[in-house]
Design a protein around this ligand. Structure first.
Ligand code: AMP
Length: 415
């Protein structure tokens, strides 16, 4: 079933969204992008004459109530965005009455799903090496099924519009779908768009294809890096991982972030890129700082020769040029992860050079996909989000989808 073809009038729809929005000190929403992202789906249901039960997670409360992560804090923002009142259910597992009382056009927001260990389905208070772990896991999986059934019982139809958690087999993202037949479950508009964007990258690659992987570590990106090696023409590896590559090749990296146990892996990536004919672009010079702070003293040095007491926090001018050259001529572009500590205003140049080159390539007809919290924060900071082809709401989910993995949240709908 597709959301466009479904008539929601008189139906109760339970919708999994990603309202994991950043909150300021005072508990106020500081960036409502994710709320706005879900609006097309939520409004379609309400305008059709359906009633809405909205569910989401926020943060990592590890299976228990924590007021810091209560979705009650965002109730008014959701109400404002929808232009109507929103009721709130403090207990996700006990909302039958509130759901049953919903009239067409009414909205009920459930409390943070992750206050319940059943949502993630991981046993709590027991370590993986405990002999009783497997038993506890089995028991928790059963509890997860029951929790998912309870959520499903509130509604006639299930919509998944939370791409950011689609790579997780959680109660609300996947298990719940088993309680609905194929005619009564579907992806929301945001999910449809995300799936389409991944498809654009993977199905009909216009060449050259340039992927830019940044961020702090090689270890968390290795799966996608290896996978991309079979697909891309240019692979830019930047950000903190620059220094693992520099050290692996005999460089001196001072205090720079460096994964000493990943030096062989870095050499292996260099070798594989050569074998596969991929143009691997690594940082050659960097902006080194004498401390990890925005106001640190800086100098441009070779990534291979960073003095003791200094650390590379951003890409240098020569590197920025090389990055831009590999991006400007591309026809397909994927960017995940910043090229420097972009949170500090004085270390944004590398990420900005990447964003500018992507915008130029996009203006010349490239399809550009930017995904992952930090690269999205970059294009927002540079006010360039509307100048790339697509900004994904997914981090891990996007990377897994690009790796070609079937995402449980999507598979559960298609079943
Ligand atoms: P990740 O979560 O692995 O995608 O990494 C994102 C983080 O990497 C951002 O918070 C950046 O500040 C950080 N980062 C990027 N470049 C560097 C660097 N050269 N040194 C330390 N952290 C970095």
């Amino acid at each position: 079933m597709t959301i466009d073809n479904y008539k929601f009038n008189g139906k109760k729809a339970i919708v999994r969204v990603d309202f994991n929005v950043p909150l300021g000190e005072n508990g106020k929403v500081t960036d409502d992008t994710r709320i706005r992202g879900a609006l097309p789906t939520l409004k379609k249901i309400l305008e059709d004459g359906g009633s809405l039960i909205i569910m989401s997670h926020m943060g990592k409360p590890k299976g228990k109530f924590n007021p810091k992560y209560s979705l009650e804090q965002i109730k008014d923002d959701v109400a404002k965005a929808l232009g109507r009142d929103v009721k709130f259910a403090k207990d996700c597992a006990d909302a039958s009455e509130a759901a049953a009382n919903l009239k067409p056009g009414e909205v009920l927001l459930l409390e943070n799903l992750r206050f319940y260990p059943e949502e993630e389905g991981k046993p709590v208070g027991i370590e993986k090496d405990d002999p009783k772990y497997e038993e506890a896991k089995k028991e928790m999986k059963e509890r997860q099924k029951e929790f998912a059934k309870k959520l499903a019982s509130y509604a006639d139809v299930y919509v998944n519009d939370a791409f950011g958690t689609a790579h997780r087999k959680h109660a609300s993202t996947a298990v719940i779908a088993d309680s609905f037949d194929a005619d009564n479950k579907m992806l929301g508009y945001l999910m449809e768009k995300e799936v389409q964007a991944v498809d654009n990258i993977l199905s009909d690659i216009k060449r050259p294809f340039t992927a830019i992987m940044g961020g702090s570590k090689v270890s968390t990106k290795i799966g996608i890096i290896e996978n991309l090696m079979d697909k891309v023409d240019n692979l830019i590896l930047c950000g903190g991982m620059t220094y693992t590559f520099a050290k692996a090749q005999g460089g001196k990296v001072g205090n720079s972030i460096c994964e000493n146990d990943k030096l062989d892996l870095a050499l292996d990536i260099i070798k594989k890129a050569k074998e596969k004919g991929v143009n691997l672009v690594l940082g050659t010079d960097c902006i080194a700082a004498d401390s990890f702070s925005n106001d640190a003293k800086t100098m441009v040095v070779s990534c291979m020769d960073i003095p003791d007491g200094w650390e590379g926090l951003d890409a240098g001018p020569e590197t920025r040029k090389a990055f831009a050259n590999a991006i400007k001529g591309a026809k397909t572009i994927l960017w995940n992860g910043p090229a420097g500590v972009f949170e500090f205003d004085n270390f944004t140049a590398g990420s900005r050079a990447i964003a500018e080159a992507i915008v130029e390539a996009t203006n010349n007809g490239a399809f550009s996909l930017v995904g992952g919290g930090d690269s999205v924060a970059c294009v927002n900071k540079f006010e360039m989000a509307d100048q790339v082809s697509y900004v994904s709401t997914g981090g891990g989910a996007l990377l897994e989808a690009i790796e070609g993995k079937i995402l449980p949240g999507i598979a559960a709908i298609k079943k």
